[in-house]
Design a protein around this ligand. Structure first.
Ligand code: URA
Length: 420
């Protein structure tokens, strides 16, 4: 087998055999195929796609490059949740604790920021001391004790995805339905929970810009999950505007904690309830209506916050952040963007907001770049809001960039408005 033939086949829209795909994944993971050839193949996939059969084979081949976890020792129904990525999406920090507080186990493996989107692992690392890389036994013990744990793709889990994910991020090959499906599902299948709930995003801040593409991705992921014998459900949800008010690592942890402290409601809360309820229902905890009530109760009663507190502590993080959010990193510089006239907000381009947050320091512009945990944006408005002259539209934060000229232009241009 040879890599040039494989690149050419995909470039010419010819289907690869199972053997070719398995060989490609295993040779790239072992370092026998260089990044430049893999990038060429990834770009061919972005342009021409893969068949359903190729995508299933790619997913299984990626899963099989590493360990498949045995979660049976946890001793209960396990449910995993994954979002395809968005701007301001801190739902895992809310849903995991809420579902655990309702009696199911949520062992979760998350990723870092990709493109303009944030990653849960980066967010968690803004909590001082929180260890995102744990040996499997410790991870499993935490899940047994609190019901919930999030670790990074550590150890020998899906090494193929680890390499391919970083390469895609640096070569403009992220936004492809089969590649996103294989990337996410290989990790989900390696983690090996009983139930998998996928939150497939569409809109300006998502990798899938259209609702139809998101439905295609959702359907493909459900098929891949079912072909591997899992209970797998995908919800298709709106990412046309950032989710919640805060974008950026520590800022998002802050917003998640405030929600679990019962201090906020709105679209973020509603989505978290819906996803948690679906996980509970898949795990056999009742019908959707009953499961929604259970999820609400877990948050309102403070039980979900307690799960988060205990989990942070067992990960070596400072549990006091759950009571005192001022312990999270704070930016050295900030800049308020104010309305120059009375206006109505028509839409917010969340990809642009994500990119603005990235240039403020909250994301990576290079493969292994460092990020500023304190950086990001707090939105003071949503679509449909009226903002009057002198009022703050949003505030930008950074500790690495004190000149907000570029970021503020970009942020302002991301908002479509009319004067009133
Ligand atoms: N999240 C992933 O894990 N992989 C992707 O390709 C996109 C989002």
């Amino acid at each position: 087998m040879n890599i040039i033939d494989i690149i050419n086949k995909t470039k010419r829209n010819r289907q690869l055999s199972d053997e070719e795909i398995t060989w490609l994944v295993s040779e790239y993971t072992s370092g026998n195929i260089p990044d430049y050839q893999m990038s060429a193949w990834l770009m061919a996939v972005c342009l021409n796609g893969l068949t359903e059969r190729e995508t299933i084979t790619l997913t299984i081949a990626m899963r099989d490059t590493g360990d498949i976890l045995d979660l049976s020792g946890i001793g209960g129904i396990t449910a995993d949740k994954h979002s395809t990525g968005g701007v301001g999406d801190k739902t895992s920090l809310i849903i995991g604790p809420a579902a655990a507080a309702c009696g199911i186990y949520v062992p979760k493996m998350s990723g870092r920021g990709l493109g303009h989107t944030g990653g849960t692992i980066d967010k968690l690392e803004s909590i001082s001391g929180y260890r995102t890389e744990l040996p499997f036994d410790e991870f499993s013990e935490i899940v047994k004790k609190t019901g919930f744990s999030i670790i990074s793709q550590s150890g020998n889990l899906c090494p193929a995805d680890k390499k391919i994910y970083a390469l895609r991020n640096a070569t403009g090959t992220v936004d492809s339905i089969p590649l996103i499906c294989a990337s996410i599902m290989s990790k989900k299948l390696a983690l090996n929970a009983d139930c998998i709930l996928l939150d497939v995003k569409y809109g300006s801040g998502a990798f899938m810009k259209s609702y139809d593409d998101a439905c295609r991705l959702a359907g493909l992921m459900e098929k891949v999950g079912a072909s591997a014998g899992k209970k797998c459900r995908a919800l298709v949800t709106d990412m046309n505007a950032p989710l919640g008010k805060n974008i950026g690592n520590a800022l998002e942890v802050r917003e998640a904690i405030e929600l679990l402290q019962n201090k906020s409601r709105g679209k973020l809360y509603d989505l978290c309830i819906e996803i948690t309820a679906n996980m509970l229902e898949m795990a056999g905890k009742g019908n959707l209506e009953e499961c929604r009530a259970m999820a609400e109760n877990a948050i309102c009663s403070g039980r979900a916050l307690d799960v988060l507190r205990r989990t942070i502590e067992l990960h070596g993080g400072n549990p006091q952040v759950t009571e005192d959010i001022s312990l999270l990193p704070r930016a050295s510089y900030s800049y308020e963007i104010k309305a120059a006239a009375d206006m109505k907000i028509l839409s917010v381009n969340s990809e642009e907001i994500g990119m603005t947050s990235l240039i403020l320091g909250a994301g990576r512009t290079e493969k292994d770049g460092r990020i500023d945990m304190s950086a990001g944006i707090v939105m003071n408005c949503e679509c449909g809001d009226k903002i009057y002259k002198g009022e703050t539209i949003m505030t930008l934060y950074s500790s690495v960039c004190s000149d907000f000229t570029e970021a503020s232009h970009r942020a302002l241009n991301s908002i479509e408005k009319i004067l009133i």
